[in-house]
Design a protein around this ligand. Structure first.
Ligand SMILES: [Fe+2]
Length: 155
């Protein structure tokens, strides 16, 4: 998502460095997870499908212009922050100190990304607009979560 925003919004240069740094950090985490999977001889699942939670939220974005740009940043923040909460729940329930440390590193990083996306929104839009639209997104997210079956998922 971070890299696609750089490509979609080449004129928004004030946030390109943060988007690229965020993308690099995400990829470093992906590599660390891949290495753990290799150690444990776990392959990627053949069933990595479109995530219904993300799909249903993206469908509700403004279709174009400035408002769509803000929506990207706000749902980015929502996905990162929700991801942080999920990784934190895992961390709090793990016993193995190595994995505990690993998940703590993941959730603190995701929580930071959540703030970064909001701050990017505040770079371009008034505070009132950012937080009112974020409240709106949180209501939409609650509806989406209630409409979906409970399943094991991390983002
Ligand atoms: Fe993240």
């Amino acid at each position: 998502m971070a890299l696609s925003l750089v490509a979609k919004y080449p004129e928004r240069s004030a946030i390109h460095r943060e988007l690229i740094d965020t993308a690099i950090e995400e990829l470093e985490h992906f590599k660390l997870v891949f290495e753990l999977m290799q150690e444990r001889k776990i392959n990627f699942s053949p069933a990595i499908n479109e995530d219904p939670y993300i799909k249903l939220l993206i469908k509700q974005m403004h279709s174009s212009g400035e408002k769509r740009f803000l929506d990207y940043l706000l749902i980015g923040s929502l996905f990162e922050t929700r991801g942080a909460e999920r990784f934190r729940l895992i961390e709090e329930n793990l016993i193995d100190p190595g994995y505990k440390k690993f998940y703590k590193m993941l959730w603190t990083s995701e929580a930071r990304h959540g703030h970064i996306y909001i701050n990017m929104g505040l770079t371009y839009f008034p505070e009132k607009q950012v937080y009112e639209r974020m409240d709106w997104w949180m209501d939409r997210e609650a509806e989406v979560i209630q409409s979906l079956p409970i399943r094991a998922a991390l983002h």
